[in-house]
Design a protein around this ligand. Structure first.
Ligand SMILES: C[S@@+](CC[C@H](N)C(=O)[O-])C[C@H]1O[C@@H](n2cnc3c(N)ncnc32)[C@H](O)[C@@H]1O
Length: 196
């Protein structure tokens, strides 16, 4: 049985609408933290001009491989082992990076490493998309995000919804500028960065 995330099924049409626009001139995507692989299968099929490289910690590869083998097209690549804290990353240069629901799962120091290391693989002019829940000025944007934070902390103290200001600061250190902050259903955001 393939791993399944209902949230991935629910959010993908809204994310696809934006990826179709912001990745319109992009050719090669590295996805960080592919999870089940459902987003990779859907977006690589919906946007066939992209070559989509999945990646994740090794523990998730079996599930991603099931999705890739059963549902993927020629433009969807089997996962590479990529822990954002380990450098160098096992990918050559790309002009697009996509990551969803990862910043609140990995420790903050790993988020810092994500931005620090991605600058070595993202080409100048490249686009990075980061989807998930974020706080503004240290405040939750909804009660459901506040409850989600409590759930995360009960599971693992290092997890938590990040402040968008801190995300932008790390992105800027990596030479990325925030060009869009899109409101999404279920109190999520879709951030678009461009490498100068
Ligand atoms: C909540 S899942 C999100 C999966 C998928 N992107 C989605 O939106 O359904 C978080 C993902 O982050 C990955 N992750 C956690 N720490 C990581 C790290 N240090 N390097 C790379 N990926 C990491 C996990 O393995 C997992 O696949």
């Amino acid at each position: 049985m393939k791993p399944f995330s209902q949230a991935s099924e629910n959010n993908r049409p809204f994310i696809e609408d934006i990826l179709r626009r912001v990745f319109s001139k992009t050719t090669r995507i590295l996805e960080i933290g592919s999870g089940t692989g459902q987003h990779a299968v859907h977006f690589s099929s919906a946007l066939p001009h992209l070559v989509w490289q999945t990646s994740d910690l090794a523990e998730n590869h079996e599930g991603i491989n099931q999705w890739v083998q059963e549902c993927g097209g020629d433009n969807l690549y089997a996962p590479v082992t990529l822990d954002v804290t380990q450098s160098p990353w096992p990918v050559s240069s790309v002009d697009g990076i996509y990551t969803a629901n990862t910043a609140h799962i990995m420790p903050w120091q790993a988020v810092v490493a994500l931005f620090s290391n991605l600058k070595t693989v993202l080409e100048a002019g490249g686009v990075m998309v980061m989807y998930g829940p974020f706080n503004y000025g240290g405040e939750f944007t909804s009660d459901s995000n506040r409850n989600f934070e409590q759930w995360l902390k009960a599971r693992a103290a290092h997890q938590g919804i990040r402040d968008i200001e801190n995300i932008i600061a790390e992105a800027e250190k990596a030479g990325l500028s925030l060009i869009e902050d899109n409101e999404m259903p279920a109190n999520n955001r879709l951030l678009v960065f461009k490498k100068l």
